[in-house]
Ligand binder design. Sequence first.
Ligand code: ARG
Length: 595
Amino acid sequence: TTRTDRDRIGSVKQQLSRLLKESLQALFPYEIEPLVAACQAKFGDYQCNNAMGLWSQLKGKPTEFKNPNSIGQAIAKNLPQSEVIESTSVAGPGFVNITLSNKWISKHIHNMLVNGIEEWAPILSVTRAVVDFSSPNIAKEMHVGHLRSTIIGDTLSRMLEFSNVEVLRRNHVGDWGTQFGMLIEHLFDQFPDWEDAGDQAIGDLQAFYKASKLRFDQEPAFMARAQQAVVRLQSGEDKYRHAWKKICEISRKEFDLVYQRLQVQLEEKGESFYNPYIPDVLEEFNKEGLIKESDGARVVEIKGHNIPLIVIKRDGGYNYASTDLAALWYRLNVEKAEWIIYVTDVGQQQHFDMFFTAARTVGWLPDPAKNTYPKTSHVGFGLVLGSDGKRFRTRSSEVVRLVELLDEAKSRSKAELKKRLEDNGKIKDWKDDELDSTAEAIGYGAVKYADLKNNRLTNYTFSFDQMLNDKGNTAVYLLYAHARICSIIKKSGKEIEELKNLEAIVLGHPDERALGLHLIQFAEIVEEACSNLLPNVLCEYLYNLSEMFTRFYTSCQVSQWPATSFLLARSTASVVRNRWAPEKDRSMETAASRS
Ligand code: ARG
């Protein structure tokens, strides 16, 4: 079911913003955006920080206010009646400290338990987005950079989807370009029966790529044929199209293995898809007089950059940039996306800067300072390093095979799991396929989480030992924390369904209230993570949530928990799990019986 903004409540911050807006409207004749932030516990729960700025705007003008503090007082006094707020106080230069009502916090959590976690989706100002991620290149290696793009892009898509944004998940595979000339000619030479036996014959596509590249560099006659092949392919000659398709298919099968393991959904719209749109798109630039000739190539000059953006190469061919311009045109005009997000390594930042600027120059995108839609964002990320501090490679080969990497994560976590179960004598209760699926959840989860938990711009060191550690900020720790909560609830024998109907959560102990407050801040964390495209914000939140739960669990003995504390525990599990299409909580039982 889709909901309208009106019946969505949004984050706590958004709710307080609405109240503060009313207050500010009563005091000032012009529109003021409320500045709300969570604050230190000793002051309250939230703070409104508008007073100082307003005071300096009033400087020299006639006003009834004596100082910033008196503005703060007025803001607090004019807040409309609301069940959300327990009390306010005004400090120093007009900070309005707000303490939320316990009763309301408890009601807010209760509503989520009854209606599902989607109740806590933030309200974002965008309705449709394209996330361009993964995007490996045909016949070339799909390397750890593409793995990062896949993991980060999928996570961003999930966060936006949770926030009711329609996301078009786009795999912009490199399936076009001059490399296909040599690949196709090499295919014809090496495998005359390629039409029937291509797949098996080619086998290792990367080795095939290398071999054809070697010939291209060393045999002038082959090079000439390869260049001819590009022309014949691009003019649509059957045999060449067919061979191209075959090569793409083989690559696609390999990519899909990785996507299946990681349970990532993507729709392929490769570079070739946008090729037919390029001439018209470039004509738009041409009409505006934006295309110049430079060194035999056609270029667009970009403000602030000392090199121009090449859109037609010297040989007359289109390139990465002209394809990206056409893809952007398509996403804006045909797919009608308001936010277009590209996930690649930071090394490509200049490319994105340049073609975003080109798109603004031709009038497709508004000035970014205006902060309106449509907009584009490049989500850059750092390198994956090996334990030697250099670019990540395996011992045997220079290229890390992603499937092997995931295999290893799984087999390591399976070995560890088995060892533990043998130690505690529980191994006999486990079927092999259960061991397998648990090892996958832990192993793949560990790889994903290790990638997400740091700010994406930093390089990170790939280490199985670290990511599979059950202590510290890891997927294993979070999975364990979740399973433990489930087991606490299960052991209590409390019927959560009944409690849901009967009882309001009591936030008695300070650690219990702190946990409740942190829980209801989930929506604004998702909002922040979406707005800044930073998955690590969400990881940090979840890690803190687990720690806060542990604190509450330690300071309030379970044996003395009132029944409603189990509701709070259950809410914590729901947030960690974020199952927003609640399938009758089977996973909860499984997790509980396993821990
Ligand atoms: N295929 C490119 C690479 O492997 C990434 C493509 C990113 N998306 C885009 N629209 N340029 O580096």
